[in-house]
Write a protein that binds this ligand. Sequence first.
Ligand SMILES: O=C(O)c1cc(=O)[nH]c(=O)n1[C@@H]1O[C@H](COP(=O)(O)O)[C@@H](O)[C@H]1O
Length: 276
Amino acid sequence: MKFTDQLAAAQRGNDSLLCVGLDPEPGKFPAKWKGDADRIYDFCAAIVDATKDVACAFKPQIAYFAGNRAEDQLERLMAHIKRVAPSVPVILDAKRGDIGSTAEQYAREAFERYQADAVTLSPFMGFDSIEPWLRYSGKGLILLCRTSNPGGSDLQARQLANGDLLYEHVAKLAQGPWNTTGQLGLVVGATFPGEIARVRELAPTLPLLIPGVGAQGGDAEATVKAGFKPGGTIVVNSSRAVLYASSGDDFASAARAVAVQTRAALNAARSSYAAG
Ligand SMILES: O=C(O)c1cc(=O)[nH]c(=O)n1[C@@H]1O[C@H](COP(=O)(O)O)[C@@H](O)[C@H]1O
């Protein structure tokens, strides 16, 4: 099934716009596992089990696994998600971008080794760095556009000779000439609702991955208002606020409670939008 169809089905099935980000930091694990990188799989699997009927996607961030020499645990986690939540797509957050021959290897890593349904990519190296990924038909390719961090403005808000800001240009390319196969989406930070609205205007049909609610302070309601449109969905990611809702043995039930609360806030904003 295509990523966009999987996502639409999961959003309907779990009545959710919430993506649960899997950014495991052993130093923040509950006391019984604290500091133990061998428990990354156990921790993330418990979060998946507790939120699999609340999330429309999961987003493991590859650095948290690679940095802890835990790629094998990421493979096991991907297999676990496919087993217990087969209808919830997985976005591998890898932010890759490189020349074609290297991009081919990165694409093998994401889609063959880890079996991801979608991946985050940097568009900075241009279309030929995206092309190898397009050969994996139906997989989602989500390009960084207007990122959530303050330094995102350093380059993304620069004005080009044609008057567009760089992130606006990326949005236009992704909606238009680069989207030869319909696989592209865009990353826009929840910390910049004005820019989310502008990206939605320029890219009316692309799925927007919107990180930055929760720990980075982005507002759920403003995010939905700016980004959600019928025919143009959003996937709103929260990682730390869900994962580390409690540092006790109740961490999984606490994560679930925050996920349920966040889903409700997003849904309330979506219904008020639909009501006009
Ligand atoms: O591509 C991303 O997911 C991403 C893009 C962006 O602009 N900002 C951003 O925070 N992210 C990722 O989204 C997650 C945010 O985590 P929390 O701030 O803990 O919710 C991290 O995994 C980041 O790497």
